[in-house]
Design a binder for this molecule. Sequence first.
Ligand SMILES: [Zn+2]
Length: 619
Amino acid sequence: MAGGGYDLEEIRRRADLVEIISPHVALRKAGRRLTGLCPFHQERSPSFSVDPESGLWYCFGCKAGGDLFRFIELTEKVSFSEAVELLARRLGVPPRRPADAAQQRHKDRLLDLHRAACEFFQAQLQGPAGKQARAYLDHRGVSAGSLDSFALGYAPQSWDALLTALAKRGYSGQDLARAGLAAPRRPEDQGAAAGFYDLFRHRLIFPIRDPTGRVIAFGGRALSDEDQPKYLNSPDTPLFQKRAVLYAFDQARRTMGEKGQALVVEGYLDAISCHEAGFPETVATMGTALTPEHVDLLRRRVTRLLLAFDADSAGLAAALRGRELFQQAGLTVHVVALPEGLDPDRVVRQRGPQAFAELVAAALPMVEWELNRILRPLESAPEPARLEGMRQAIEVLARLPAGLEREYYTRWLVERWGVVLPGSDSPSRLANLEAAVRQELARLSTRRGEPTRRTAEAVGGPAPADRQGPDAVRVSLIETGLLAAFIRHNDLAARYGPQLEASDFASGQRGIFAAIRNLLDRQERITTQAVLAQLEEPQAREALAEVVITEVPEDRAEESVASAVGRLLEGRLLRREAGLRQRLQQAGSEGEREPILRELTELRRQRSQLAGQRLVGSE
Ligand SMILES: [Zn+2]
């Protein structure tokens, strides 16, 4: 994890978490901890908890949590490395060493070069060479204000205009090539003029800036149809990694923080049009799908994303597949339904800002949008297509985490299908439909290996008597308690830990268990700090904060651990059984089925033995 050249441990040692949190939360002592009203969500009774001993905090209400850096990230709306720097300065911790000086000089020079190139392109746009580009921008309705604030430019129709201009400022062809603005001539092209040639020619130039507004790359749009590709971007350089940068982020930053939302579009002109149409919180992905890096950048500033992508774009399809990414980041995602074949820029220009604002206001939650997209064309489709559509819709539901949201959309789907399936509007037929949907949903959830009560029923095994709650939330509580007990009681970790595998845990907690296993293997003491040192992902650190703040019933620790381990082992067996059943369905011959059945019988035996042990153990 990048710490900006600071010793993170030194910062942790010097910092007093309580002192850092106190200006934001009135903390009151409660046992070993302090509690107060959470600064990250509205509440009346305190669910925000600080553990000074481990240096971690956690909110049981909104599930935010982490260490001191995370707290600064959230309250100051800065990145991790910015939070480190801020705390280092506040606490007087010096940078570890003048971070690789040569590398820094190289970066500074690259930044200067980009600034010079940007000035050159801007001047070209205003000069005689820029006439066609100006006409194009005028035709696209880009205002003079945007021209200026987005620093738009023009790369002239020439093989060496930029090279020549920057040579005067001391930059070589090699420098420009490293910045992705020029390329070496191939030997066969070499006449008298050996050397380099400009990569951006006769293109409208969109400077790409970092969050603080420094130019780090360029995007160029072709002005004539014969110039390919239509869009040309700078390659990745030490300044610019396309998958981690969003266009217009520097300008959108403040409004994003104020509104708590970001409007995400795909193209440069889409972003500019949306800014002009009254959505200064707009950023663009520059043609790639939203990456985990993009999501991480956004989740620090906003809680809500509005996607305004072409209905048939690859970017939207990728976003739909990436739903779990958004869920983990705690972002709600709405989709703006754009008219067929129109991008945001066209909507704003052809129908006006007001019409666009109405579309944004009518944006649908991602799930609803996706279900609508599947269901709408089916109303007049033949029977087999409708069944297939229903299966697809249920698959969408199965990808939702079990709980309120899935329940809500299950009902929603059934009611919608009442319309889609003719004659299914009578109450009994709706009830039948709901039962069918739930059955299919249970089957799909099994395939995804969700440890829910439905899983147990669906695979035919008797549901353990004490596991009536169908929700995954309870399962996750068991795991949280177990990990908490492992950290507090190392002897129990040594006794029970080796029976478990990381895959027995929910994804958020796998990293924590893996870290505990590492410490066990190395025979080192398991402490919060030792586990924390192995976790890099902010999500994993958040999960650890939850674990550390979780109370362990001290007097019955071993009993709870044994029972939790039993449950996880049972979950593992259930998942294996489900997999075998799947294979059984696909198996053709008796010869293929035989070994599967034998294995299945063995798994069931193990499982009932386990259940038996647990019953005896709890008496
Ligand atoms: Zn909270």
